[in-house]
Design a protein around this ligand. Structure first.
Ligand SMILES: [Zn+2]
Length: 162
C-alpha cells in the first residue's frame, strides 16, 4: 500500500511550503493532504477510520531553492529596533530637544534610547520601521554650555505612509 502512496504523491508537484488536499489513495475520501516541507513530503489522511500518514524526502527543484534563498535574504535585511529604544513618554530632555529644533515629537516618531541617553528618530516606510538614527542628549562640552550647533539630520528621511 505504501508503494501506491509513493506513486500517488509523485505525480503531484508541490512547491516548498505548499499543501494540497486530494482524494485519499486508501479510503477514497477527500481527506488526504500532502505538504512539501523543505523538501520532505508529509502526507496524512485525517479520516479517523483510515489514518494513513507518512513522509518522504524529495529533491527540491531549482526554483524552490532560489525562492527559499530570496526569502532568507528578506529576513536578514529586516530592521529590528533594539529593545533599549523606547517611546519617548514625554521625557523632558527629549521634548526639550525637539522643541529646540521646532520638531513635533509625535509627528516625526521620536523615541528615546535608554542605553545611550539619546533621542532616536525612526525612519518609517509603509508603517514599518526601516531604520533609526540617534542624537545624544548628553552635554559633551567641557565648559557646560549646550551645543548650539543644529543636529545633523541630513541622513534622515521620514517617509510617511499615505
Ligand atoms: Zn484515507
Amino acid at each position: 500500500m505504501i508503494d501506491n502512496i509513493y506513486k500517488h504523491i509523485s505525480d503531484i508537484h508541490l512547491y516548498d511550503g505548499e499543501t494540497k488536499r486530494m482524494k485519499c489513495p486508501n479510503c477514497g475520501e477527500r481527506t488526504f493532504t500532502v505538504t512539501n516541507s523543505k523538501g520532505t513530503l508529509l502526507w496524512n489522511c485525517y479520516r479517523l477510520s483510515c489514518s494513513v500518514s507518512g513522509q518522504k524526502r524529495v529533491r527540491l527543484s531549482v526554483d524552490d531553492i532560489k525562492q527559499r534563498n530570496s526569502r532568507s535574504v528578506e529576513i536578514d535585511t529586516e530592521f529590528v529596533l533594539p529593545n533599549y529604544i523606547i517611546p519617548h513618554r514625554n521625557k523632558r530632555a527629549v521634548l526639550q530637544f525637539c522643541y529646540k529644533y521646532e520638531l513635533e515629537p509625535d509627528d516625526i516618531g521620536v523615541m528615546y534610547d535608554v542605553k545611550e541617553d539619546r533621542v532616536v528618530f525612526v525612519v518609517k516606510h509603509n508603517d514599518e520601521i526601516v531604520d533609526a538614527t540617534g542624537r545624544s542628549l548628553k552635554n559633551k562640552l567641557p565648559n557646560g554650555n549646550v551645543m548650539e550647533k543644529a543636529p545633523c539630520l541630513t541622513p534622515l528621511v521620514v517617509v510617511r505612509s499615505q
